[in-house]
Design a protein around this ligand. Structure first.
Ligand code: NDP
Length: 245
């Protein structure tokens, strides 16, 4: 088994996912670009500015079970293992910021948000676990948000409102539960599982009002993807600081 690390980043065509792939590649990691649109991935590959060229591109809509299975099969056949999985792809559905609180949220918005931000993350992770178990140092980073912290939301003085966007906040709280649960069931393996809060970052999702540049926003995710064997598992982290669940 070679010492080179192989990573899969979901939603690596833009935003935080794209920046994470570049920073991982600058740290010597071979990254498999993935996203819903193969054309966009080829554009990213052609305009690549990271140090190590992307290893591959995989068309992967994380909500599609067939795509998840195909991705796992391709990685198994071509590389035999996976060292790093960054569950980055995520959404806030249209109108969530402005409208959706727990009194008004629609079943459709809840379904769409949970399909992408939770069910697909669990499905993809389960599909790739056998490959991560073949790594000497498997790392799973669930890209969460401080908006998913129950402790922060419950503190009305915290400045983070529990009211909106409800579906998004609830999906990230549930994703955090996945991190805690999976880290415990994998405690006897080489795999570490952590949740990252990137910060409020200027992307399509974060909007131009966000204070953080995407280069800084990616750093928490990259650090967790590269933690040493004595690093944490089952933590929620922002810029090296543990966050409350
Ligand atoms: P962007 O909107 O810029 O990017 C979202 C990415 O997710 C895109 O690549 C998009 O692909 C992809 N995606 C969405 N749905 C799917 C799907 N079904 N299958 C595959 N890919 C999909 O958002 P950010 O970069 O800001 O967000 C990345 C992560 O960071 C998210 O999980 C988000 O919740 C989290 N986060 C962001 C914060 C911020 O301030 N920006 C704050 C805290 C957390 P496509 O181009 O095809 O739509």
């Amino acid at each position: 088994m070679s010492n080179e690390r192989i990573a899969l980043v979901t939603g690596s065509n833009r935003g935080i996912g794209l920046e994470v792939t570049k920073q991982l590649s600058d740290r010597g990691v071979k990254v498999i670009l993935s996203g819903r649109n193969q054309e966009k991935l080829q554009e990213v590959k052609a305009a690549w500015t990271g140090k190590v060229a992307p290893l591959d591109t995989i068309e992967l809509d994380i909500t599609k079970a067939n795509d998840r299975a195909r991705a796992a099969q391709k990685i198994a056949e071509q590389y035999g293992r996976l060292d790093i999985l960054v569950n980055n792809a995520g959404v806030i559905v249209e109108g969530e910021w402005a409208q959706n609180n727990s009194e008004t949220v629609s079943q459709d918005d809840l379904q769409t948000t949970f399909d992408i931000n939770l069910f697909a993350q669990i499905g993809l992770t389960q599909e790739l676990l056998p490959l991560l178990k073949r790594s000497k140092a498997g790392r799973i980073v669930n890209v969460s948000s401080i908006l998913g912290s129950l402790a922060v939301n419950a503190d009305v003085e915290s400045g983070w409102s529990a009211v909106k966007p409800f579906a998004y906040n609830a999906s990230k709280a549930a994703l955090n539960m996945f991190t805690v649960s999976l880290s415990q069931s994998l405690a006897d393996t080489n795999i570490k599982v952590n949740s990252a809060h990137p910060g409020w970052v200027k992307t399509d999702l974060g909007t131009s009002a966000a204070p953080m540049e995407v280069t800084d926003g990616a750093s928490t995710v990259v650090d967790l993807a590269l933690i040493d064997s004595d690093g944490p598992s089952g933590q929620f982290v922002h810029l090296g600081e543990e966050q409350p669940w």
